[in-house]
Design a binder for this molecule. Structure first.
Ligand SMILES: Nc1nc2c(ncn2[C@@H]2O[C@H](COP(=O)(O)OP(=O)(O)OP(=O)(O)O)[C@@H](O)[C@H]2O)c(=O)[nH]1
Ligand SMILES: [Mg+2]
Length: 466
């Protein structure tokens, strides 16, 4: 090897060893599986040195992992991710899923490993990679478009949405209240608060399990995090934009000012403080939920994902360049369909394909300049096992587990995942009904049973262990 080539090789290798911290962000809309995913990921890594169930995570498969330990987190102002609490729930008898979380949290792991690179091996026998895992609500990413919309533009968007079912009847109380207010006139705190409370109740009714809507703005109204009860969240859009003089102390004037404050102090702050520091990102999507709740929730979720993905359009044309004059550092982005243990293993490729369709339909394909993207179907905690049954003399792939509304294990044929988006009339409970399962009884705190977590680990972190 020529000296110049050797030198280049050496420099590259040295730079890679110096790159010792990676900030891995985990997001997804409410109940998409973030807490379960992070808990399983941490648990897989803590047991990775003796975990035979990570064949696709090369550093583990090749026996180069020496051990992982949780560390004190670098950002003391961010709440800790309560891995211990989630694990305790899984290990309880009967086992439970962890409680919903609300806001951002973080955990740091130190992973000791042997490099596969001969030059690095000579420099240091064992290396340490620090991985900061950050859990934050996907709902907060729904606010990015607000930065580009004026109060009038945003109000018009909401008015359009409220014209259609089911938002038209869910928003009725708020709309009736607004109709009775002269938005051009001076107002008082009580009226402002009542209007914003009614708007928040409308958003919460949309989010309700039965409706299952996800395109809900502002994101902090349904996922306030540490801003719960803060006056920054006391505003709402209006339905008819007044023409002519718009006094600053009028209902319209105050709502507009509060909207701008929310953008400045909540939305921009999140992007500057947190988002700009992420190195890798996984977006979790509960695709199966949309099958259960019907076509309109599918369309709504697809639109919400479309908005969420705007945050990941990098490069020179990206929104960050325009709004903040920085480019984000994320160089790998993984989209994962969660809860893949709700279907039979032979349907996993279909689930991945369907997720790709959802992303493509949102016109987001190939727009992630310079960012490596991947889609995957996974289960962070496998609650079912595949079994074979016979139906009318033919073998049928089924899954067996304890459904949430049962005490006993049942074998279920969960149905098939379509490879094309079915027409609206086909989204019926006869065709799609994916059951929720209880977590399995675990006998010890060893690595949790999973589906494809090793592939997720390899995509997100694999190159950091070379
Ligand atoms: N069967 C199965 N169910 C899962 C899995 N992951 C999540 N779930 C289910 O999805 C629910 C939500 O999971 P969480 O991890 O709490 O979701 P989250 O995104 O953190 O939710 P929020 O904290 O409310 O935003 C759980 O209570 C389980 O019912 C999985 O791998 N398999
Ligand atoms: Mg959570």
């Amino acid at each position: 090897m020529a000296i110049s080539q050797w030198r280049q090789h050496f420099d590259e290798a040295l730079n890679r060893t110096l790159d010792r911290t990676v900030r891995l962000a985990v997001t997804g809309l409410s109940r998409s599986g973030k807490t379960v995913f992070i808990t399983s990921l941490v648990q897989q890594l803590l047991h990775s040195a003796d975990n035979p169930h990570l064949p696709f995570f090369k550093v583990a498969g090749e026996g180069r992992l020496r051990g992982t330990k949780p560390q004190s987190q670098p950002d003391l102002h961010i709440p800790a991710f309560r891995y211990d609490v989630a694990l305790e729930a899984f290990l309880a008898d009967p086992p439970r899923f962890p409680e919903p979380t609300n806001g951002i949290s973080e955990i740091r792991l130190a992973i000791r490993y042997k490099s596969s690179n001969k030059i690095i091996q000579k420099l240091s026998k064992i290396n340490t990679l620090y991985v900061d895992i950050i859990d934050y609500p996907g709902e907060w990413l729904l606010d990015l478009p607000l930065l580009e919309w004026s109060f009038d533009e945003w109000s018009r968007q909401i008015a359009l949405l409220c014209d259609k079912s089911p938002r038209n009847h869910l928003s009725e109380a708020w709309r009736v209240f607004l109709d009775a207010v002269d938005v051009t006139k001076e107002t008082n705190e009580t009226t402002l608060r009542q209007a914003s409370e009614l708007y928040t109740q409308f958003l919460l009714a949309c989010k309700d399990k039965q409706q299952g809507l996800t395109l809900l703005q502002p994101g902090r109204f349904t996922m306030p995090g540490d801003l719960k009860g803060a006056p920054l969240l006391e505003f709402c859009p209006i339905l008819k934009i007044p023409l002519g003089v718009k006094k600053e102390d009028s209902f319209y004037g105050i709502m507009k000012k509060r909207y701008e404050s929310y953008k400045e102090h909540v939305v921009k702050k999140f992007y500057k403080e947190h988002f700009s520091n992420f190195d890798r990102q996984i977006v979790l999507v509960d695709v199966l939920k949309t099958f259960n709740t019907g076509f309109h929730t599918f369309v709504d979720m697809r639109e919400a994902i479309h908005l969420v993905l705007k945050s990941f359009h990098y490069g020179k044309s990206g929104v960050f360049n325009r709004l903040f004059r920085f480019q984000t550092k994320v160089d790998k982005l993984l989209f994962a369909a969660t809860k893949a243990d709700h279907i039979t293993p032979n349907q996993l490729p279909n689930l991945e394909r369907f997720l790709q369709l959802m992303l493509m339909q949102a016109n987001n394909n190939a727009r992630f300049e310079g960012v490596e993207t991947e889609t995957l179907a996974l289960s962070a905690l496998q609650c079912t096992t595949p079994v074979s049954a016979s139906f009318q003399g033919k073998p049928l792939s089924c899954i067996k587990g304890i459904p949430n509304d049962s005490e006993k294990p049942l074998a279920i044929f969960p149905g098939e995942i379509p490879v094309e988006i079915p027409p609206p009339e086909d989204w019926t409970t006869e065709r799609f009904y994916f059951v929720d399962f209880r977590p399995p009884l675990l006998h010890d705190a060893h690595a949790l049973p999973h589906l494809r977590m090793d592939r997720a680990l390899e995509f997100l972190l694999g190159d950091k262990f070379s």
